[in-house]
Design a protein around this ligand. Sequence first.
Ligand SMILES: [Zn+2]
Length: 322
Amino acid sequence: MDTFPKNRFRRLRKNKKLRDLTSETDLSPENLVYPIFVDENLNERKEIPEMPGQYTYPLSEIINVGEELVDLKIPAVLIFGIPSRKDPFGSSAYAEDGVVQKAVRLLKDTFADELLVITDLCLCEYTDHGHCGIVKNGKVLNDETLEIYGKIAVSQAGAGADIIAPSGMMDGMVLAIREALDREGFSDVPIMSYAVKYNSVLYTPFRYAAQSAPKFGDRSSYQMDIRNSDEALREAKADLEEGADILMVKPSFLDIIYRIKSELKVPTATYCVSGEYVMLKASSVYFDERRSVLEYHTCRKRAGADIIITYYAKDIARWLKD
Ligand SMILES: [Zn+2]
C-alpha cells in the first residue's frame, strides 16, 4: 500500500529532545525508596557478602545514610532491624528501645520532614525460630500473631515512623494494625502493605542479610504461589478493604504490578528484592550495569509502580543526575 504514511513512528524518535518530550514514563529519584538493615550488634558497617555493595549498618552510622539519601533527593528509607536478642515471641520488635525504634528516632530527630521513614513490620528478624509469627506445635498461629503486630505498629509510630509497612502476610493483618494505630492516636499514619508477596527464591540473599531464614519449614503456607495472579488481586483487594493506603508487589513482577495498578487504581509500590539486585549485579559482567539497571527500573514504572523500593536507589539517583 503506497499511502502508508512515511516515517509515521520515526518522526517523534529522531532526536533525544523529541523522545524526552513525548516519553510516557520517567524514572525519578522522587519515586525511590532505599531499604537498609540496621544491626544492633554492629559497631561499624559490614558488607553483606550475598549482596555486593550493600551493607548492614550500626545505629551510629544511620545519620550518614540519611544524609546521603537527602543529598540524592531520595525521599524515603525503609528500615529493617536486626536485634541483639531474639526470643520465641519476637518481643524486641515492639520494645521501646528496640533497634528500629532507635533508628527511627535518630532519623526523625535529624531530618524531620526531609526524609520519610518507613518501617518494615514483621517478626521473622526477631523470633529465634525465624518465622513471621508466633509458633505452636510447628504451626504459625495467625490471630495470636496479629495482636503482636498491633503492638509493633504502635511502638514504631510512637517512635515517629511515617509509614508502617507490614510484611508478615497473616490474614487480617492490615485491619489489626489499622485498629491498633487508630486506638492509640495514630490514625494519620498510613499503611503500606506487602499486599502481594510471592513465595520466591529471590528473597534468599535478604534472608542471610536479615538473618531471618526460618529454622524449620518454609513460608509457602502464607506466601503466594508464583503460578497465580488472580489470587494476587484478591489479596490486594482484601488489604485495601482492611485499610491499606499503599499496596506493594514483591518481587517486582511486571504483570502483577500492571494488574494491581490498572484494576485497583491505588498508589502502588513494588520491591525490587535482593535476588533481583544480585541478578542485575551479576549481569553487569555481560552488559552495561547503568543501562540495564535504569532499563529494569523504568520498566517497573511503566508497568504502573508509583513507588520503587530498591537497593539500587542511590546509584539510580546518581545516574539520573548526570
Ligand atoms: Zn517475616
